[in-house]
Design a protein around this ligand. Structure first.
Ligand code: PQQ
Length: 229
């Protein structure tokens, strides 16, 4: 089959937003102020596993990519999450959020609250990046095109409904919203540049759909656990 032109391909990628996790029932309850502190802590402790695996996912993309230009820019993502020192970076900011929710960082870091479904879903994301061509790993990260609106809505809703959360807890999202603006654009540009055959475009679309499934599976597991308690 003939490849889609760039505009058509971009529209097909963006159309997958309907499969994104913004309206997952757990997010809906989070945004409506329906969660109690214990449920928010469980969410933060489990999202931690996603946050901490992201640099390994990004390292796998770099390991599979033969292009120095791409590896050089992608390396920034690892530094973003891991920090330039042990005291900064996205992972540390996530731990500050967990602390603002009342979850001691030791309990997050030792993963005692990590649910099996979350582990399986996040591990599947890392394994996808390890085993698939690098550009498919890149395409799976395109959920970031959809993330800024969701994160803004989340911060607003959390400020409104959970006023007990200290402002220091929101640093993660403020920082991430800024970072995602640039990253989302450059990720899309890479995918448009390197997926030029119909098969490559189909694989990129499948990668993005897979990633939406990973995110849903994470929240399904948290939601199920909350419902049991
Ligand atoms: O809070 C969110 O809703 C959300 C979503 C996503 C996403 O869509 O994958 C990411 C993040 N946050 C995030 O903070 C983050 O660092 C991140 C990295 C990636 C990725 O796939 O490389 N996605 C996301």
């Amino acid at each position: 089959m003939t490849p889609r032109d760039a505009g058509e391909f971009e529209r097909a990628l963006r159309a997958l937003e309907t499969r994104y996790w913004h309206d997952h029932p757990f997010h809906q309850r989070l945004h409506r102020g329906k969660l109690d502190a214990r449920e928010l802590r469980l969410w933060a402790a489990n999202r931690w596993y996603y946050q901490r695996c992201l640099p390994q996912k990004d390292a796998a993309i770099i390991a599979n990519c033969p292009l120095p230009r791409v590896r050089r820019t992608w390396l920034e993502r690892i530094a973003y999450h891991d920090g330039r020192t042990a005291a900064d970076g996205g992972a540390q900011r996530w731990l500050q959020l967990a602390e603002a929710l009342g979850m001691p960082r030791e309990e997050v870091v030792d993963e005692r609250h990590l649910l099996p479904g979350v582990r399986f879903a996040v591990d599947a994301y890392v394994n996808f990046a390890r085993s698939r061509p690098w550009i498919e790993g890149v395409a799976s990260g395109l959920t970031e095109m959809f993330a800024p609106g969701l994160m803004r809505r989340r911060v607003e809703a959390m400020r409104e409904h959970y006023p007990w959360i200290a402002e220091s807890g929101f640093g993660y999202f403020h920082n991430r919203i800024e970072a995602t603006r640039g990253e989302g654009r450059s990720t899309l540009a890479l995918v448009l540049e390197h997926c030029t055959t119909r098969d490559q475009q189909d694989a990129a679309l499948a990668a993005l759909a897979f990633k939406c499934d990973v995110l849903h599976a994470v929240l399904d597991a948290v939601d199920y656990e909350v419902g049991k308690r």
